[in-house]
Design a protein around this ligand. Structure first.
Ligand code: GAP
Length: 513
C-alpha cells in the first residue's frame, strides 16, 4: 500500500474508533487543534505513564513537577523566545497561501533523498540477494549526481538558517524552482520572520493588564523552579526534573494531522550537571532515550538519530530521534545540551543568585543542562502509524488490527458473552467486576462474536475472553490473542496472573534497566 494511503487510513481510523477528533468538530474544526476521544485518552495516558515511570520511577535522582502554563512574561524575554522564537515565512501571491520557507526547502531536500531511495530500490530488486547498497551508492552515477545536488542544497540551506539570511532563503526557493503546491506558481513574496508565541492579557482593566504568553515549551517552568526543587528536595547534582504539560505554538504550517499542532503536549526532562560534564551526559541521555523508544518493539529500523547542524540559540549539541512515519523519517524527540544558557539568563533577568552550591567541590556554579523533550502527540502518532496493520486472513477475509504494545493498549481485555441470554452476560459481568481493578476491561454483548473480535482488533485490545455455556459449568473461558488469533481455554481464576504481567507497563520498563 502506498505510504500516503497508509497515513490517510490511520487518520480516518483515529476518528472512526474514538482515538482523535478534530477540535470543535460540529463547527467544522479549528486549524491544527485536536481532541482525544475515549480510546485516544487511554493510549495517551499510557504513553505518558510509560515516560513518567521510566524517568521518575527508574531514576532516584529525577523528580517531577507540574508548573503553571501562565508564567511571568519576563521569563520569555530571558529565554530568548520573545526575540528569537521565529519562523521564516513566505507567501505565494497567487494562492495567497503562507508557508514556512525552511519547510519548503526541507521538502525539496527530501525529494532528492526520495530520488536516491528509488534508484536504490530499483537496483536492489534487480540484483537481489547480492545487492551491496553501500557500494551502489558510492558508484552509481545517477545516485552520485542526486547526492551532489542534495548536499549542495543542504549546505546552502544550513548556512542561510544559521545566519538568519532571509534573502538567501528566498533565493534558494527561486533557484530550486520550488512551486506553491496550491497554485503551482513561483510567484513568491519576500521572507519575513513570525513569532510563534500566543499571547493574551492578564488582569481586568486595560491600563492594568499585563501581556502574558501561553508557554511554547514546558522547559522554562522547570528552569525557574530548579532551585526550589533542589533545595526542598535536597537534590545533589547530577539530578533531573521531569514535567508533562501543554505547550502552545502558533504554527503556520499546521498539517499532517497531530504531527504539528497549535496546542500540544510535551514530556520534558531537564538534567542538571556540573559544567564540563555535559557531553558525557548528552551521550548518556541520547542512548537511554533511543532505548526507551525501541523497547516498545516496533522494530529498530523505525528509528534514527538526526544530529543538528543548525543549533537553537541555547544549545551546544543537539540531536533528534526520528521515527519512520508514512511521510518519511520525522522528529519525535529532541535531546539538547542547553549549556547554562537558560539559568544564566534567568539569573540576569531576575537579579537573584540562582547558582548551585556543590558541597563536594565546595564551590558555587551555574549548572549545565541536558534536556530530553518529546511530544506526546507525535509519539501517539508514531505509535498509531506503527501499529496500524491490514491483514489478509486464511479464510479470504481481511482485518484491520492495531498491533499496539499491550502495555499501551487502551483496553487490555474484552469480556464478551457469546450470547445475550442464558446467564452469560451475568457471568461476564462477574469476570469484569473481578478484573477491572487490575487493568482496563471492556464489556460488549452486541453483534456476533466475530464482529466483536474485529472491533477489538481495530482498537488494539490484546486479549478477549469469551464466556459461553460451558463456562457456567467449568468456570473456564476462551482466551483469544489479538496478534496470533489463537484461542485457548483457561480458568477464570488464572486470568489475572496470566495477563497482568503481559499488559503492564512494568514489563516494558524492565527492558530499560
Ligand atoms: N524544550 C525544547 C523544545 O521544545 P522542540 O524541538 O521545539 O524543543 C520538542 O520540541 C518536541 O515537542 C518535538 O520533538 C516534538 O515532538 C514536539 N513538538 C514541537 N512542536 C510541536 C507541534 N507544533 N505539534 C506537536 N508536537 C510538537
Amino acid at each position: 500500500m502506498a505510504q500516503d494511503d497508509v497515513f490517510k487510513k490511520v487518520v480516518a481510523h483515529c476518528k472512526e474508533y474514538g482515538f482523535v477528533f478534530p477540535s470543535s468538530d460540529i463547527y467544522d474544526g479549528l486549524g491544527a487543534v485536536y481532541d482525544y476521544g475515549q480510546m485516544g485518552v487511554e493510549l495517551k495516558n499510557n504513553i505518558k505513564t510509560y515516560w513518567w515511570q521510566s524517568m521518575v520511577l527508574l531514576h532516584d535522582n529525577i523528580v517531577g513537577i507540574d508548573s503553571a502554563i501562565f508564567m511571568h512574561p519576563t521569563i520569555w524575554k530571558a529565554s530568548g523566545h520573545v526575540d528569537a522564537f521565529n519562523d521564516p515565512l513566505i507567501d505565494n501571491r497567487d494562492s495567497k497561501k503562507r508557508y514556512r520557507a525552511d519547510v519548503l526547502i526541507e521538502e525539496q531536500i527530501a525529494k532528492y533523498d526520495e530520488k536516491i531511495e528509488k534508484e536504490v530500490a530499483k537496483a536492489a530488486k534487480r540484483f537481489g540477494e547480492s545487492f551491496d547498497r553501500e557500494m551502489f551508492c558510492q558508484t552509481n552515477p545517477k545516485v552520485l549526481a542526486e547526492k551532489a545536488k542534495r548536499d549542495a542544497l543542504h549546505e546552502r540551506f544550513s548556512v542561510a538558517m544559521n545566519n538568519v539570511d532571509l534573502e538567501e532563503l528566498r533565493q534558494i526557493i527561486l533557484d530550486e524552482e520550488i512551486v506553491c503546491p496550491i497554485s503551482g506558481t513561483r510567484n513568491w513574496t519576500e521572507v519575513r520572520q513570525f513569532n510563534l508565541m500566543f499571547s493574551t492579557e492578564m488582569g481586568s482593566t486595560a491600563d492594568g493588564a499585563m501581556k502574558v504568553y501561553l508557554r511554547p515549551e514546558t522547559a522554562q517552568g522547570i528552569f525557574v523552579n530548579y532551585l526550589n526543587v533542589q533545595k526542598t528536595g535536597r537534590m545533589r547534582i547530577p539530578f533531573g526534573i521531569a514535567q508533562i504539560g501543554k505547550a502552545f505554538r502558533n504554527e503556520i504550517v499546521a498539517r499532517q494531522f497531530i504531527f504539528r499542532m497549535r496546542e500540544f503536549e510535551q514530556m520534558e526532562m531537564q538534567f542538571f550537571v556540573q559544567p564540563g560534564k555535559e557531553m558525557e551526559w548528552f551521550e548518556h541521555w541520547k542512548q537511554f532515550r533511543l532505548k526507551w523508544h525501541k523497547a516498545l518493539g516496533f522494530g529498530d529500523d523505525k528509528y534514527r538519530y538526526h544530529d543538528h547542524e543548525k543549533l537553537a540559540h541555547y544549545a551546544n549539541a543537539a540531536t533528534d530521534i526520528e521515527f519512520k512515519m508514512p511521510f518519511g523519517f520525522k522528529e519525535v524527540e529532541g535531546i539538547h545540551s542547553r549549556t547554562d544558557f537558560d539559568l544564566s539568563q534567568h539569573e540576569k533577568y531576575c537579579g537573584k543568585n540562582i547558582k548551585y552550591f556543590d558541597p563536594e567541590l565546595n564551590e558555587s556554579y551555574t549548572p549545565y543542562v541536558i534536556e530530553t523533550s518529546i511530544g506526546v502527540d507525535r509519539m501517539f502518532l508514531s505509535v498509531m502509524c506503527a501499529a496500524y496493520t491490514e491483514e489478509a486472513l486464511a479464510n479470504g477475509e481481511s482485518r484491520v488490527v492495531l498491533k499496539l504494545p499491550a502495555a499501551l493498549a487502551p483496553v487490555k481485555l474484552a469480556v464478551l458473552p457469546l450470547v445475550k441470554k442464558d446467564g452469560l452476560p451475568e457471568k461476564a459481568r462477574e469476570i469484569m467486576n473481578e478484573l477491572k481493578f487490575s487493568f482496563n476491561c471492556y464489556y460488549e454483548e452486541k453483534d456476533s462474536i466475530g464482529k466483536r473480535y474485529r472491533r477489538m482488533d481495530a482498537i488494539g485490545t490484546p486479549y478477549c475472553v469469551t464466556v459461553d455455556h460451558q463456562t457456567l459449568e467449568d468456570n473456564m473461558v476462551t482466551l483469544r490473542d489479538r496478534d496470533t488469533m489463537e484461542q485457548k481455554r483457561v480458568a477464570i481464576a488464572d486470568l489475572r496472573e496470566l495477563l497482568q504481567d503481559k499488559v503492564s507497563i512494568t514489563s516494558v520498563l524492565k527492558k530499560l534497566s
